[in-house]
Design a protein. Structure first.
Length: 583
């Protein structure tokens, strides 16, 4: 029913669009939809999934990770070696790795890009991925202190002093950070301690190179702050930007489309299955769906159909052959504030693990995924989704399940029989993303199963985020998606040193286990320690795990070849190997 209704609307909408000039986007190439405009196209600064996916087509790091086979593969580096003590990685850059203007990619391009990521001047969201490198964290802290001191010493600014500090920074980086470039084709990385997943980190897009000379040409040193900044227009200027990946930026129309053309100098150009990518940006999901349905728009695929709202539910429940569902490498949950005091100053009942377990046991997750979201997501019994990390077995048996009777017993043990004398709490969620329905269902379950009335408060996303960072909440909606295929991408979030530990949960045994795992290269032992750490987390319940989100893609597998074979929970694609079969 939905398909026929939407198709009628599609034809009407397209008639209107055509009458007004229609889309000016190119139509020769593999075309896909996106509902979000891009924040950053700078590979060292981006963090949003749709930004990272675009960058993966434009840039290529030393190695890549195949999420379907769980293996590291050569990319810009044709080979690499690891020292016997697992502390030094030596990468050899292939002789045919080139930028989109035909210039060779050099080791200096990588060193420069990685230094940019380690500068606090223009904060890189994934700077922590570089911290395993010897001296990297100390360099970041050193530069932060130097910039702070510069402003104090030069309240009116000082270009000469700023330039001098920049030269000092370059020297400090070269002398103290474990990144060496003995020649144009060799990158040597020395770690602070063995990091068994370093190659997985090196495959992340933030480890991509940038063309040193062209980026330096559009970067300046601010006389007032001494900050080294790159003109942000460079990353969108097709006449200036250089790319080393499968594609190069040919044209960008802000909030309309991005046109990437096959890089003629890409080392693996002969094996690419298409000549161009066109990303059409359509903010409204319903409008995007109408465009997808209209054959005149020539849309090949929609890789990130929003799963909030009614559209995804209709598409999935219709069992459309072009609707493809994949469980994500992430978890949707509610943070409990675990600190001794609530933001109000009152004693915090959630500081007691028995109370947190009671609240978690009172949630009927199956009802939520069947009746509220209606997307039938896998309910979450573990924090790390089962099966997404090679060699890691999630402790499913330790997970909390719906058990109202046990929840009442735990609450009574904690001193709150039938919810008596329980203080007033509020559950926060961010508005605009359909989180309210789940939140309403959860507080109703707490009322029915525990006798506790929890208030609900929706906040604009920025205000919500600020409160989360300050831990100015009682209970708050959250989600976490893995960045790289190692348990640390999830478990480090809840360490006592993590800036992302919004719950403020501290458990010495948990942190000791993470430290032990960080100091062993034995993968079997690492996984055993991580399993034990996650078991503690599940027993302590600093968050109420709800479900594992799904990802929804739309494409005709008979016409778009090579996509279904790549599908994975990490939403990672190599679109250069996808082919459109004309019918």
């Amino acid at each position: 029913m939905l398909k026929s209704i939407c198709l009628c609307l599609s034809l009407l909408a397209t008639t209107f669009l055509t009458a007004c000039g229609g889309s000016s986007a190119p139509d020769e190439g593999l075309t896909y939809l996106s509902t979000a405009p891009h924040s950053f196209l700078d590979p060292q600064r981006m963090s949003w999934l749709h930004d990272l996916r675009l960058a993966k087509n434009m840039y290529e790091p030393l190695v890549t990770y195949d999420f379907t086979t769980f293996t590291i593969k050569p990319a810009v580096a044709e080979s690499w070696s690891v020292s016997d003590d697992d502390m030094t990685y030596t990468f050899k850059i292939r002789s045919d790795a080139k930028w989109s203007n035909g210039e060779l990619v050099t080791s200096h391009d990588f060193a420069y890009a990685w230094m940019r990521a380690l500068l606090p001047d223009q904060v890189a969201s994934y700077v922590e991925l570089f911290y395993p490198i010897k001296g990297a964290k100390a360099f970041y802290d050193w530069r932060t202190d130097k910039l702070s001191q510069f402003v104090k010493d030069n309240p009116s600014g000082n270009q000469e002093a700023a330039d001098k500090l920049w030269q000092e920074t370059l020297d400090h980086f070269k002398q103290n950070v474990g990144i060496a470039t003995p020649d144009d084709r060799t990158v040597i990385v020395t770690l602070g301690k063995p990091t068994p997943y370093f190659l997985e980190l090196a495959a992340f897009i933030t480890y991509s190179p940038v063309n040193k000379l062209s980026v330096e040409a559009v970067s300046t040193i601010n006389a007032n702050t001494a900050a080294y900044t790159t003109n942000s227009t460079y990353w969108s200027d097709a006449k200036k930007i250089l790319n080393n990946g499968p594609y190069f930026l040919k044209e960008r129309k802000f909030k309309q489309y991005i046109h990437l053309a096959a890089n003629p100098h890409y080392w693996n150009r002969a094996n690419m299955k298409n000549t161009a990518l066109i990303e059409r940006i359509v903010g409204d999901p319903q409008t995007a769906f109408r465009i997808y349905e209209d054959p005149r728009e020539k849309i090949d695929m929609w890789l990130d159909v929003p799963t909030s709202g009614s559209l995804a539910g209709h598409l999935i429940n219709e069992k459309r052959p072009d609707a493809h569902v994949m469980t994500a490498a992430g978890t949707y949950f509610y943070n409990y504030n675990c600190q001794p005091k609530l933001p109000s100053g009152e004693d915090n009942p959630l500081a007691d693990a028995r109370v947190r377990r009671a609240f978690s046991m009172a949630i009927d997750r199956q009802y939520i995924v069947d009746r509220v979201t209606q997307l039938h997501e896998p309910i979450a019994k573990t924090y790390i989704p089962p099966g997404v990390i090679k060699g890691y077995k999630s402790p499913i048996e330790a997970g909390v399940t719906f058990n109202p009777e046990q929840a009442k017993k735990l609450l009574a043990e904690a001193g709150y029989p039938n919810g008596e004398n329980f203080p007033s709490l509020t559950l926060l969620y961010n508005t605009g993303s359909f989180h309210e329905g789940t939140a309403q269902a959860v507080i109703k379950m707490w009322e029915n199963n525990l006798g506790i009335n929890v208030k609900l408060q929706g906040l604009e996303v920025k205000v919500f985020g600020d409160k989360l960072r300050r831990r100015d909440f009682d209970i708050a909606r959250a989600a976490w998606y893995g960045d790289y295929p190692d348990p640390t991408t999830f478990l480090n979030k809840m360490s006592d040193t993590s800036n992302n530990n919004d719950a403020g949960w501290i458990n010495k045994e948990y942190n000791d286990l993470l430290d032990q795992a960080a100091n062993t290269s034995d993968q079997t032992e690492r996984m055993r320690l991580f399993n034990k750490a996650e078991t503690i987390l599940l027993e302590e319940q600093p968050m109420a795990l709800i479900y594992q989100p799904i990802q929804l893609r739309l494409y005709d597998a008979d016409r778009v070849k090579g996509l279904s074979q790549q599908d994975n929970p990490w939403n990672d694609w190599q679109l250069q190997f996808v082919e459109e079969v004309k019918k």
